[in-house]
Design a protein around this ligand. Structure first.
Ligand code: UDP
Length: 311
């Protein structure tokens, strides 16, 4: 296959480049580098089966030659990033998805959308199943990301239904691993960075809010299987092991040997920050025969090793 990965220099995009190349496919990575970095794909430079194009996908996308798949992963994805780039986040979810779908249609390529658990907002159904339509405030601070991704899903289904494009929608839950930006503001790099510097971990709010963390290799396997499947409805991909942020802080401090403890920052918690989040992965299990294999301690050890070299 010859595949285009938008956001190919980002955290997930760059891992996808590696995965597709390792399966013998040809990869074109596209990125405008506002949150991605060429460091993530530097090891691929010079390969004949890899091409990087610096481009903002909210503008018309031109790719020479055939394409078999378009994976649309371009978007700021951490709350800090999408609050820093609110308009770009809305544009890449809306205009960028439109351009990427148009390209897939023109090339007769399969299309996969990187959607998100944020489409469920601050959920009133727990764990979250794909049939739950969500609880999102369009004008809240997270609305720029949530609504862009909800629009992206609607547009993807419209291209599927009205243009017959073969489409896939992955609803990605919290994922972590090497190549996350240490300063992206998310809880995993924040806590690991703080622990490695011997500082207390900053818990936003009272730490009772929950998340479920999936190691990147597991997620990439799920994306790969979803693309290869024939399933057009959304599929949750994430790790169903749920814990409170307070418990997560304890795990990070234990594994890193950090003795500085935690501090509670009530004011840092962003309005609309979901109180609970856990994927119901029944659909992914039955349709893709997929479930995460790497437990939190193992995944954290690999991630800590990566950050240790960069701190
Ligand atoms: N969080 C925290 N301390 C930090 C960063 C985040 O307690 O230094 C909390 C945040 O308020 C949220 C959870 O950790 O409840 C996960 O936040 P993250 O930014 O990783 O992504 P989200 O899951 O909210 O999209």
């Amino acid at each position: 296959m010859r595949v285009l990965i938008t956001g190919g220099a980002g955290f997930l995009g760059s891992h996808l480049c590696d995965r597709f190349l390792s399966e013998g496919h040809e990869v074109i990575a596209m990125d405008n580098l506002i949150t991605g970095s060429t460091r993530n794909i530097a090891h691929l430079a010079g390969r004949k089966d890899f091409l990087f194009i610096w481009h903002d996908v909210t503008n018309y996308i031109y790719v020479d030659g055939p394409l078999d798949a378009v994976l649309h992963f371009a978007s700021p994805a951490s709350p800090v990033d999408y609050l820093r780039y609110p308009i770009q986040t809305l544009k890449v979810g809306a205009l960028g998805t439109h351009k990427a779908l148009g390209l897939a249609r023109a090339k007769g390529a399969r299309f996969l959308l990187a959607s998100t658990s944020e489409v469920y907002g601050d959920p009133k159904v727990h764990p979250q199943v794909e049939s739950y339509p969500g609880n999102v405030d369009p004008i809240g601070p997270r609305g720029v990301y949530d609504e862009a991704k909800r629009f992206a899903e609607a547009l993807t289904m419209a291209y599927h239904r009205y243009h017959g494009v073969e489409t896939r929608i992955a609803r990605i839950f919290n994922t972590y691993g090497p190549r996350m930006r240490l300063d992206d503001g998310r809880v995993v790099p924040n806590f690991i960075g703080q622990a490695l510097r011997g500082e207390p971990l900053t818990i936003y709010g009272d730490g009772t809010q929950t998340r479920s963390f999936c190691y990147v290799d597991d997620l990439i396997e799920g994306i790969y299987r979803l693309l290869m499947s024939d399933f057009a409805d959304p599929v949750n991909l994430g790790n169903p092991v749920e814990m409170s942020i307070k418990e997560f802080a304890e795990v990070v401090n234990r594994i890193t040997g950090n003795r500085a403890g935690v501090v509670y920052e009530e004011e840092s918690r962003i309005e609309g920050d979901p109180q609970t989040r856990r994927p119901d992965i029944t659909r992914a299990k039955s349709v893709l025969q997929w479930e995460p294999r790497i437990d939190l301690e193992e995944g954290l050890r690999r991630t800590i090793e990566y950050f240790r070299q960069r701190i």
